[in-house]
Ligand binder design. Structure first.
Ligand SMILES: Nc1ncnc2c1ncn2[C@@H]1O[C@H](COP(=O)(O)OP(=O)(O)OP(=O)(O)O)[C@@H](O)[C@H]1O
Length: 474
């Protein structure tokens, strides 16, 4: 089985008692915290902090050469972003309060219930992960560039909202927390899940499963596996997908369709980080990161009582929303080209030219099936092309279905007894509508209006000036 290191930063255990260091690190490793270093001589702390990527320190208070409180003060001075948890043999409220005032994240007595210490450690890791994510996010926003653009090479887009989502994905890629990907059907959620997995640098596999309509027993059996003899017919032990995805990512698609009973199981898995195979009383640790996707509005499902609030909140800590294709029409020409190239390659055809009018005409269509629908249309068109130009016949029904206002027909556009708008008012309204539909992409809007991009730019400038003048006059 492949194991990855958890957490993403190192935990430093400092105690002069070697036996305690040994038992503590063993306990932590059994619980899945395997990114550890130990230190029994506090004089080594400065060099360890300098050379190792330490995010959390578990610190003893009573040590012979230097007191833990002094070390705490030094750490908070030199490494204010590193979390420090005190694990002391001294059960004194005063000392605990003083340490917390000095900046310790928490204080435990060595004899405390182990679960309490582990819960405190989980909280500290989560806080530290959020701090690191915040730093990464801030750096991403300031630099406005992707650190690993290659990871996104299969996702074709020039849309700013998509690029912001990419930057966000980069900044959360390394945490082990779950990620929720939402967006209409066919927008590319599975592509995003692939990128999240690649960027996580987890050595294990990406295992995907669609949970729509899966009955609760099947859900438990699929995810957690079963022990031999768990039920009639279970003649062999079966590994669950959580185990198959160990060290990697488990992608649960269509999470909005999960039954309420299965939602409880998923929540417990996320909270506890452990699960029981069906028919077994031996818990197993989850070593996979969970990524889920849905085309539904989970907030709405939650309001309707179909999705658990606690699970929703747990999932939405890291949420990526992919806008529908109709809200990023500037992507149309890019995607048409991309799918055309893919289709020609698969069908062994030479590359085809695409009529310029195609993306303009398609921009009037709402694409309920998003990129998947466009891909299918282009593949169909490529297969039907017999010249060196893409055959646009497969698109005709769409143009007819959602035809723009047809001025050749005697359509009644204006109420008969109202005064007509001026030509200039109408032109401004058309320009505004085209800019809205083209998501402010001037080239696309100009094509919709049948004018050149410089002509549109001039019009927009005039409209802005007139608007400014009008505001001054009033
Ligand atoms: N931006 C994009 N660039 C290139 N291909 C894309 C893009 N978006 C989607 N696709 C392609 O469209 C198809 C559908 O994408 P995908 O399966 O990721 O969508 P989805 O949102 O997961 O759909 P569903 O909700 O139905 O599961 C795939 O073939 C994918 O490669």
């Amino acid at each position: 089985m492949k194991h990855n290191l958890y957490p993403q930063f190192k935990i430093l255990l400092v105690d002069d008692e070697i036996a305690f260091l040994r038992s503590m690190s063993l306990t932590l490793e059994i619980q899945g915290f395997n990114h550890l270093i130990t230190c029994s001589d506090p004089s080594q702390i400065p060099s360890l902090m300098e050379t190792e990527d330490i995010g959390l320190v578990l610190l003893d208070l009573t040590m012979p050469k230097v007191s833990g409180q002094k070390v705490l003060a030094w750490l908070k001075e030199e490494y204010p972003n590193v979390c420090v948890i005190i694990i002391s043999g001294v059960n004194q409220v005063n000392t605990a309060v003083e340490c917390v005032k000095q900046g310790a994240f928490d204080y435990f007595v060595k004899t405390s219930d182990q679960n309490q210490i582990l819960d405190g450690l989980k909280r500290a890791i989560r806080t530290q992960e959020l701090t690191l994510e915040n730093q990464a996010l801030r750096a991403q926003i300031l630099s406005n560039e992707l650190e690993k653009p290659d990871a996104f090479a299969n996702i074709i887009t020039s849309d700013q909202t998509m690029w912001s989502a990419f930057r966000y994905i980069e900044s959360i890629a390394k945490t082990r927390q779950p990620v929720l990907i939402s967006g209409e059907s066919g927008v590319g959620k599975e592509l995003i899940a692939n990128v999240i997995h690649d960027l996580s640098r987890c050595p294990g596999p990406l295992v995907s499963v669609n949970v729509a309509g899966v009955d609760d027993n099947v859900f438990a059996d699929t995810l957690f596996g079963h022990a031999r003899g768990a039920f009639t017919g279970a003649d062999k032990t079966r590994l669950g997908l959580v185990e198959k995805a160990a060290g990697g990512t488990l992608f649960l698609d269509e999470i909005g369709d999960l039954s309420l009973a299965s939602q409880v199981k998923l929540l417990r898995l996320l909270q506890e980080g452990e699960y029981y195979p069906v028919g077994s009383d031996k818990p197993k640790r989850m070593e996979a990161r969970i990524v889920v996707a849905t085309h539904q509005q989970l907030s709405q499902l939650q309001a309707e009582g179909k999705f658990r609030k606690d699970l929703f909140f747990r999932l939405k800590t890291h949420m990526v929303t992919i806008p529908p294709l109709r809200e990023r029409l500037a992507d149309l020409p890019l995607l048409i080209d991309h799918f055309m190239t893919l289709a020609c390659k698969e069908m062994n055809k030479p590359s085809l030219t695409v009529p310029k009018s195609l993306s303009v005409n398609l921009s009037q269509y709402s694409f309920p099936g998003n990129a998947r629908e466009l891909k299918a249309l282009i593949y169909d068109a490529v297969s039907q092309s017999t010249t060196d130009e893409l055959n646009c016949a497969p698109f005709e029904p769409l143009f007819n279905r959602e035809k723009a206002v047809d001025l050749s027909e005697n359509t009644l556009l204006f109420p008969p007894h109202s005064p007509l708008p001026t030509l200039s008012n109408m032109a401004d309204l058309l320009v505004e509508e085209a800019m809205k539909r083209a998501n402010s992409n001037q080239s696309l809007a100009a094509r919709m209006l049948g004018i050149s991009q410089p002509a549109l730019s001039k019009r927009l400038k005039n409209m802005k000036e007139n608007h400014g003048k009008n505001e001054k006059d009033t």
